[in-house]
Write a protein that binds this ligand. Structure first.
Ligand code: FES
Length: 105
């Protein structure tokens, strides 16, 4: 049985083509909006320990502000160096103005 999804924030809290940092299940999570979609990705770059939520969101990807690695927000896979390891992503549902994140399955 999967754990219930947790409310992360209001949809209106998240800027379009932008992101915010929240804490869920004791972990920092970056909630990002790109186009009509909302994503949740661990808010820690896999290259060094900095917050991805402080980077830029564009076309379904987030760019780390420190060295420019880009991560696909759907898969967490890096699409630009120097990062080579993926960042965990979490399933998101939007109900009304609530952004819900499934932290564990
Ligand atoms: S810390 Fe993110 S790319 Fe280096």
């Amino acid at each position: 049985m999967s754990a219930p999804a947790q409310r992360a924030c209001a949809l209106t809290d998240v800027p379009e083509e932008g992101s915010i940092r929240v804490e869920l299940a004791g972990k920092p999570v970056c909630i990002a909006r790109s186009g009509d979609e909302v994503f949740a990705i661990l808010d820690v770059c896999s290259h060094a320990d900095v917050a991805l939520s402080e980077g830029d969101v564009e076309d379904g990807a987030i760019e780390c502000w420190l060295h420019g690695s880009r991560f696909d927000l759907r898969s967490g896979k890096p699409t630009a160096l120097p990062a080579i390891r993926p960042v965990p992503v979490f399933p998101v549902t939007v109900e009304g103005d609530d952004v819900l994140v499934q932290m564990e399955s």
